[in-house]
Design a protein around this ligand. Structure first.
Ligand SMILES: NC(=O)C1=CN([C@@H]2O[C@H](COP(=O)(O)OP(=O)(O)OC[C@H]3O[C@@H](n4cnc5c(N)ncnc54)[C@H](OP(=O)(O)O)[C@@H]3O)[C@@H](O)[C@H]2O)C=CC1
Ligand SMILES: O=C(O)CCC(=O)C(=O)O
Ligand SMILES: [Mg+2]
Length: 745
């Protein structure tokens, strides 16, 4: 292969998708080599990003390059072709666990400084902060979002519907959100008339001004400011807990502490200190000395008290248990291990957790391991209201029916860190009462201000005009291409959305929308109309801002397909390149547990198959490579066959798993290429592979199923051992030798 050969970048990430890659990549490369396409890997796992941050502390052989920075640069190249698998957006407890694992493997990286006291510790903390939370996606997503379920996937869901829990009108489950004092109530928004430099400032009660941030805004850019009152938030938590205690409904909290990596951990921390108020009040001094951080969940208490004498530890543990008596039952993450919803902030992530609850009759798991009605607490009312609307809808109409329902593709405003997505470096927890204001740096004139109190969370968001224009264009294009009505979800009551409505109305005029049904609606009418159409088998594109993009691309797919991992998820980059995300789901941590304990990986790589097919087709068009296009077309046909024949992974150990489904994909892909007559060279090349795989199907599947049913060692969680993992993920000697022989031939 020459250096100039066309290239696809395939990301190595974490947890289940990273494991699946060990099995899938050798198969993919067997095919792409035939078209002289190189598939290069780029390791953006949490572990790799940690190692890349401390080169000076590592030996030469341990050092890794900063692949995320390299990939970030590549997104600005029109030839970029990146397949992006989901990665962990690490909470602090996860980051600490990854650090400890790497240290145990002999990497001399520093501990995470909880409370940096020296300049050196602050510098270390700064480096780790860049790895925390959603640190990869905003860098790579240099375009808006196009997520949808391809027709073959919808057909599969109709033919083999996933289970859906029944809904009863008597269900007591509901969403609970703040009615005041939250970001929604305080949001202010404005559109820049010119390029403008602004300052974000805090004015203390004594008039002292502290500059918190300086920004350069572009003409047409939308700037928002908003805050959440800590007092109102704490009162709200207390009220929801008291209400649950009185009514006997289980309490659960749903936030996005990973993606909203600055504001939501603080919100989560308030929930912890309100729920366990008595413990935090009684041990306030001690917890301060120990460095307990409630934003990291109750696990932080358990972690920090380890250094105390046994008797003290027991006293605190008893105090924790005593709290449960005065509080309602709380939803569990793992009832067997006693892990609650408040244990760590990254266990319950709203985009996936709310649809899972709604799919499960509106219930979550209680302490006794039984499903129960729950109050789903989502403090910020901006978006929480849509979940109540869906719950109401299910109570009236029953559960959605995957065999008859339509589909809801999404076009999401995501480029250039749009909206809340890019708010992290402009989010501040107030250390005193005063005024937060944004002023024009040129003349000091006021743009907006908020009166805040100590503890309040204030944030600003930016949305670039170029991103909005591209989003409108993408929405019109998708509506036209798929002949599907589209609704812009923009809330009349929201300051930010009113700015966007004006722009959308103006930009829509630039396109031929004749014959298209494009509407702008507030969230509640938008979701109602969408659901009314959905149960009648009709499709509606949701065109939304960034947070709703995230929420809706789990919500509807989980109802329609059982998992959002089966979505086609494309990011057409503003610079002209393409990123193909593998579904809309995450890295499925529970799947790793099952693999390690039972050697069965239930991860479905359908998202990878779909992404690779589009990636190949795009590469073929851009680089004028008919072979790449043919490979893509054949891969799509193979994926359809796989779905038709139901060769997706099963959840049950002993049955077909991720590795078996990869085998079927490879076999069908080779058969498609052997059967086609467009390219004689590819036909001749793949005929023997198709034959070898078909002839050895029984042996290969037996070798794969024989491997299952016992624990396996992959040598790590965040940084598994490549040789050990490869051995586990490629258990069929027959398949391995067929692929090796084919490569050698
Ligand atoms: N694009 C990205 O980089 C994203 C990353 N994340 C990260 O992923 C991690 C986990 O997030 P979480 O909220 O638990 O969401 P996930 O989507 O990872 O998992 C929720 C559940 O969805 C099901 N699921 C997801 N993907 C698949 C798949 N390919 N095949 C089969 N089932 C699947 C699994 O259900 P079951 O267990 O019932 O099989 C899984 O337990 C976090 O670290 C989060 O930050 C999250 C979203 C997107
Ligand atoms: O970046 C993240 O943390 C999660 C992203 C996500 O959930 C999504 O894009 O759907
Ligand atoms: Mg999501």
């Amino acid at each position: 292969m020459t250096e100039k050969s066309p290239k696809i970048i395939y990301t190595l990430t974490d947890e289940a998708p990273a494991l699946a890659t060990f099995s899938l990549l050798p198969i993919i490369r067997t095919f792409t080599a035939a078209a002289e396409i190189s598939v290069e890997t780029s390791d953006i796992s949490v572990a790799a990003r940690i190692l890349a941050s401390f080169p000076e502390r590592l030996t030469e052989s341990q050092r890794v390059t900063d692949t995320l920075a390299e990939l970030g640069e590549l997104t600005l190249d029109p030839s970029a072709n990146i397949i992006k698998l989901p990665n962990i957006s690490a909470s602090i407890p996860q980051l600490k666990a990854a650090i400890a694992e790497l240290q145990s493997q002999g990497y001399d990286i520093p501990n995470f400084p909880d409370e940096p006291a020296t300049a050196e510790q602050r510098e270390i903390r700064d480096r780790y902060s860049k790895i925390l939370g959603s640190a990869v996606n905003p860098v790579l997503r240099q375009g808006n979002s196009d997520r949808r379920a391809p027709p073959a996937v919808k057909a599969f869901a109709r033919k083999f519907p996933h289970s859906m829990g029944k809904w009863s009108p008597a269900s007591r489950s509901h969403a609970a959100y703040m009615k005041g004092g939250d970001f929604y109530s305080s949001e202010k928004s404005t559109t820049m008339q010119d390029d403008t430099d602004v300052r974000i400032e805090f004015v203390a009660k004594d008039g002292t001004v502290t500059v918190k941030k300086e920004l350069h805004l572009l003409k047409g850019e939308v700037l928002d400011g908003m805050f959440m009152s800590a007092k109102a938030l704490r009162d709200f938590f207390e009220d929801t807990l008291n209400d649950c205690k009185e009514t006997g409904v289980m309490w659960s909290l749903h936030v996005k502490a990973t993606m909203m990596k600055v504001s939501h951990p603080i919100v989560f921390g308030h929930a912890v200190t309100v729920f366990y108020k008595d413990v935090f009040e009684k041990h306030a001094e001690l917890f301060k000395d120990l460095g307990v951080n409630p934003n990291n969940g109750l696990s932080s208490v358990y972690d920090k008290i380890k250094t105390l004498p046994h008797s003290k530890q027991e006293e605190i543990e008893e105090d924790i248990h005593a709290c449960y008596a005065g509080r309602p039952e709380m939803a569990m993450v793992d009832s067997v291990k006693g892990i609650t919803n408040l244990h760590i902030p990254s266990d319950v992530i709203v985009d996936a957790s709310m649809p899972a609850m709604i799919r499960n009759s509106g219930q979550m798991w209680g302490q006794d391991g039984k499903p129960k009605d729950t109050k789903a607490v989502m403090p910020e009312s901006t978006y929480a209201r849509i979940y109540q609307e869906m719950i109401n809808f299910c109570k009236t109409n029953g559960a959605f029916d995957p065999t008859t329902m339509g589909t809801v593709p999404n076009v999401g405003l995501m480029a250039m860190k749009a909206e809340e997505y890019g708010s992290h470096d402009k989010t501040f927890e107030m250390t005193a009462d005063g005024t937060m204001r944004i002023v024009n740096a040129a003349d000091g004139s006021l743009i907006m201000e908020h009166q805040v109190e100590k503890g309040d969370i204030w944030r600003a968001c930016q949305t670039k005009d170029a991103a909005i224009r591209d989003w409108v264009k993408l929405a019109v294009t998708r509506s036209r291409q798929s002949d599907t009505p589209a609704i812009f979800w923009l809330d009349k009551e929201r300051a930010h959305d009113r700015e966007l409505r004006a722009k959308v109305e103006e930009y829509l005029k630039e396109y031929d929308t004749d014959g298209l049904d494009i509407r702008i609606m507030s969230y509640i009418p938008a979701i109602r109309r969408t659901m009314e159409r959905l149960i009648r088998g009709m499709d509606t594109i949701s065109v939304t801002g960034n947070v709703l993009r995230d929420y809706l691309t789990d919500l509807f797919p989980i109802m329609e397909l059982g998992t959002s991992a089966k979505m086609l998820s494309i990011v057409p980059m503003l610079a002209g390149g393409g990123m193909y995300e593998t579904g809309a789901g995450g890295s499925a941590p529970k799947h790793v547990q099952q693999l390690v304990q039972e050697n069965h990986l239930r991860w479905d790589s359908l998202g990878e198959f779909l992404a690779l097919a589009v990636s190949l087709e795009e590469l073929g068009i851009k680089e004028n490579l008919p072979k790449a296009q043919l490979l893509g077309k054949a891969l799509d046909a193979a994926t359809e066959k796989l779905l038709e024949n139901n060769k997706s992974p099963s959840r049950k150990t002993g049955e077909l798993d991720n590795r078996g489904s990869h085998f079927f994909l490879g076999m069908y892909w080779a058969q498609e290429l052997a059967a086609q007559d467009e390219d004689a060279e590819l036909k001749a090349r793949f005929e023997p592979l198709a034959k070898a795989l078909t002839d050895n199907q029984d042996t290969i599947l037996k070798e794969m199923s024989d491997a299952q049913g016992h624990p396996v060692d992959i040598g790590g969680y965040y940084h598994p051992d490549a040789a050990k993992t490869s051995a586990v993920m490629c258990p069929s000697a027959t398949l391995n030798s067929i692929l090796a022989n084919f490569k050698a031939a």
